[in-house]
Structure formats: structure tokens, C-alpha cells
Design a protein around this ligand. Structure first.
Ligand code: ATP
Length: 297
């Protein structure tokens, strides 16, 4: 058994996208980071990473999306470089990324990929890191990486790295729509005046609703303070939200810094129909009907 582990030549890892059921910003810290309280939830939209050992040192990254960097500017490269250096590994790795998560969308696609690369390298080179150790290393590369290492339903506090598991929301259907605009997370957080926010989402109420398993308790409390910046800048976000609500969504919200919007439906047909309508009207180029990805890894 041990022999097989040590000779592993190839590992496949899935990287799941997240949405935020709630996103509150408490304040901006001296160092520029924002203190947050977020309810994170993985959804069933994922990238796939194939990791292979190579005798020659170095990281080779291949992807099916021409617009993505394949050098040190890709979070996958940074994650692989960090782990290979930590363990003084002489061999190299080839990583092939199949991208399905919308890019620059507020779905933590880059962080999910980096987390999957960390899990994959840990297994490929039998590094022996625990999830907690990977999370401590991962936070150096991005505040969402510790969460992405496990996924599931979590309260994320601090800068996003202090995690407390929560029960998964009740089953439902989600329409996830990414309008054809790229939104910079740095711009949105940079434009937010946390101290001037008058409305804050009811994160504690949302935690209570998750614990009770109440879907309406959850959908009544969807809230994201970053909408104050992104919706003003990109009105299409509000248009998608309104359409989802008109067509039967219990509620709809922007995820992360946007522009992705998700709507929560109990009827599959209504979700499918709404997704079709969003495509037809040209409100979003990437539209999915999906479900929660419940299992924390
Ligand atoms: P978040 O929700 O964490 O703000 P996001 O969905 O807004 O994430 P990403 O898709 O993670 O944004 O990436 C934004 C930028 O990061 C892209 O413009 C891209 O050039 C760069 N990037 C680096 N590595 C990756 C990767 N593996 N996948 C996607 N983008 C990446």
C-alpha cells in the first residue's frame, strides 16, 4: 500500500466554485485587508486539475482557456511552487486545468484551483500535510484558499480564514448567471466604505436558519454588502436578480464581488426556464442550473 502511494504518478482533483449566501464587511484593517463575516457554500460547478510527476524540475501548467496566465501569475502555479519549495522536491509537476468556473466572477475560481493544486501535490508527492497545515500555508496566497481546501457550508470570519462548519442548506435548484463583464475584486473592496454601511446582512439569523433547515429562513436573509458597489457600477446585476425573482426564485443575490448572480428555486422547471430566458435576453453569457455541492472535502 505504502509503495503504491509513493509511486503515484498522476492525481485528479476537482475544484468546486463557491457562492456567498451572506457577505458582510465589518471594517477595513490597517494592513488593507477587510474583516468579513461570510456564509460560504460550494455549488456543483467545478474545474478539473490533472497533476502528473515529471522527472525534470519545474512547473508546467496547461489550460483550455487562452485568457488565463500559465506562469507565476496563475494561483495554481503559486500554490505548486510553494509546496515544492517547502518540501525541497527535486522533481517537477505538470498540471492540466480544465476550466468551467466563470473567471473573475466572485466564485473564487482561482482560489478553488489553488486549493485543488495543494491537495493534489500533497497526495502526488506523499507530503503528509494535514488539511489544517495546508490551510495555514494556503492563506499566504489568498484569504479564500483555506475555505476552498474543504468546501461545504462554512461561516468564514477574520479575513475569511477563520472557519466554522455549518449544516448544508435544504435541497433546491440554483440558477447561476455570470454577465459578460469582468469585475476586479480589488476594485470592489477598494471602493467600499465599510464604516459608512447602514445595512448589514443578518448573518446570525442565517446561521440560525441553516441550523433549523429552513429554506425560507435562508432565502429571506440573503445579503451581500458588496452589491452596494457592484450593482451601482453594473446595472445588469440588478436586472438578472429581478428577472430571477419574477420567474419564481425565492430570492436572488450577487456572489462575492460579482458579477455572478444566483437565484434559489424549489422547482426545477422554473429554474431551467429562467436560465433559458437569461440566455435569450443576452443578460449573461455563462448560465448554469445547478445544486449545492454539500460534501466538505
Ligand atoms: P474571488 O471570488 O476570489 O474574488 P473571482 O471569481 O473574482 O475570485 P478568479 O476567477 O479567481 O476571480 O480570478 C480573477 C483573476 O485571477 C483572473 O483575472 C485571472 O487572470 C487570475 N487568475 C490566476 N489564476 C487563476 C486561475 N487558476 N483561475 C482563474 N483565474 C486566475
Amino acid at each position: 500500500m505504502e509503495n503504491t502511494m509513493k509511486n503515484t504518478q498522476q492525481v485528479i482533483q476537482k475544484a468546486y466554485a463557491k457562492i456567498n449566501l451572506g457577505l458582510d464587511v465589518l471594517r477595513r484593517r490597517q494592513d488593507g485587508y477587510h474583516e468579513v463575516r461570510m456564509i460560504m457554500q460550494t455549488v456543483d460547478i467545478c474545474d478539473e486539475l490533472v497533476l502528473e510527476r515529471t522527472p525534470q524540475a519545474g512547473i508546467v501548467l496547461l489550460t483550455d482557456r487562452a485568457e488565463l496566465p500559465t506562469d507565476k501569475n496563475n494561483l495554481i502555479w503559486k500554490a505548486a511552487d510553494l509546496l515544492l519549495r517547502m518540501k525541497n522536491i527535486e522533481e517537477g509537476v505538470k498540471i492540466t486545468l480544465t476550466k468551467r468556473i466563470p473567471i473573475a466572477a466572485g466564485m473564487a475560481g482561482g482560489s478553488a484551483d489553488a486549493a485543488a493544486a495543494m491537495r493534489g501535490l500533497n497526495e502526488l508527492f506523499d507530503m503528509g500535510y494535514s488539511t489544517k497545515e495546508l490551510q495555514e500555508l494556503g492563506v499566504k496566497l489568498g484569504a479564500d484558499i483555506p475555505y476552498c481546501l474543504t468546501g461545504g457550508t462554512m461561516l468564514a470570519e477574520g479575513i475569511g480564514e477563520v472557519l466554522s462548519p455549518l449544516p448544508a442548506p435544504p435541497d433546491c435548484f440554483l440558477v447561476v448567471a455570470k454577465p459578460d463583464i469582468d469585475v476586479s475584486t480589488a476594485f470592489v473592496y477598494g471602493s467600499l466604505h465599510a464604516e459608512r454601511l447602514s445595512d448589514h446582512p443578518d448573518i446570525d439569523g442565517m446561521i440560525g436558519a441553516l441550523k433549523e433547515g429552513s429554506l425560507t429562513g435562508i432565502t429571506d436573509r440573503l445579503g451581500n454588502v458588496l452589491e452596494t458597489v457592484s450593482v451601482r457600477e453594473y446595472p445588469v446585476i440588478e436586472r438578472v436578480k429581478s428577472l430571477m425573482r419574477e420567474k419564481g426564485a425565492h430570492n436572488a443575490l450577487m456572489s462575492g464581488s460579482g458579477p455572478t448572480v444566483f437565484g434559489i428555486f424549489t422547482k426545477r422547471e422554473e429554474a431551467e426556464e429562467t436560465a433559458g430566458l437569461i440566455r435569450e435576453k443576452g443578460l449573461a453569457g455563462q448560465v448554469f442550473v445547478t445544486v449545492w455541492h454539500k460534501d466538505a472535502i
